[in-house]
Design a protein around this ligand. Structure first.
Ligand code: NDP
Length: 245
């Protein structure tokens, strides 16, 4: 029997891209999904699709930058399913720009969504996981959590932070049977690059994304981490397109 069957999985950023693909992959393996993002129409459509295929899913419109809304998300998951086995901290934004352009609003957005969102997610599920004496928190970082490129400075800073937070979490909670996994994708074909407003960067980004892989590739990596036996923790996976240098 799959180690994913009947696990309750909360996914942030489930309305598109990697989060949506992960929800479908995990539902096909029998997980019970709690879908979170801001766009309700997308969440509702995904919920209906998952339910049509015979799996269970609920959704909650959630802004990960709100500590309160993240706490409510965990409460709803517990109320509906009685436990939270896995949190996938996936929501993220990537409005790349050069520092000298001083796009301070974009910096703040990345810090709020990519860092604070992950922390609020951990805060929301950790009490239940400690009580259950089991859990798994998967956080989506990036190749930019390892390598800094010109123009990706702030984004890379936030994704380095995600890796640091996940590693700290791993050390703090290893003794409580709570696994921590970092997923670091390279270029994946999603809506992520739509938020880039610095047109000087666009040609370079478009070139990198020519070889982008499908979101399913990352969904399979997430499923692989979850389906390991409870005493095996996949701490990090880097998944690049073969053609990405
Ligand atoms: P998408 O743009 O397709 O998905 C991003 C998701 O994040 C959406 O579901 C969006 O939902 C959600 N989101 C954004 N802001 C918020 C918010 N404030 N509150 C709640 N949800 C929010 O991109 P990807 O699927 O590619 O991105 C998923 C993760 O993967 C991100 O963390 C990204 O940094 C990371 N990643 C992606 C790579 C790529 O090449 N695509 C490479 C490396 C890492 P909504 O707008 O409905 O709220």
């Amino acid at each position: 029997m799959s180690n994913i069957k009947d696990k309750v999985v909360v996914i942030t950023g489930a309305s598109s891209g990697i989060g949506e693909a992960a929800a479908k992959e995990l539902a096909s393996k029998g997980a019970k999904l709690v879908l979170a993002a801001r766009r309700e129409d997308r969440l509702k459509k995904l919920q209906e699709e998952i339910q049509k295929d015979g799996a269970q899913a609920i959704y909650k419109v959630t802004d990960v930058t709100s500590h309160e809304q993240m706490e409510e998300l965990a409460e709803i998951a517990l109320k509906e399913f009685g436990k939270i086995d896995v949190l996938v901290n996936n929501a993220g934004v990537m409005p790349h720009s050069f520092l000298y352009k001083k796009k301070v609003d974009d910096w703040n957005k990345m810090i709020d969504v990519n860092i604070k969102g992950v922390l609020y997610g951990i805060a929301a599920v950790l009490p239940a996981m400690r009580e259950q004496k089991s859990g798994h928190i998967i956080s989506v970082s990036s190749v930019a959590g390892h390598v800094v490129g010109a123009g990706s400075t702030v984004y890379a800073g936030t994704k380095h932070a995600v890796r640091a937070i996940s590693e700290g979490l791993r050390k703090e909670e290893a003794g409580n049977n709570i696994r921590s996994t970092i997923i670091s994708p390279g270029a994946v074909a999603t809506e992520l690059t739509n938020s880039i407003t610095d047109m000087d960067l666009k040609p370079g980004i478009d070139k990198i994304y020519e070889g982008a892989i499908a979101a399913d590739s990352i969904a399979r990596a997430i499923a692989f981490a979850i389906e390991q036996p409870a005493d095996v923790a996949i701490n990090e996976m880097i998944i690049r397109p073969t053609s990405q240098d």
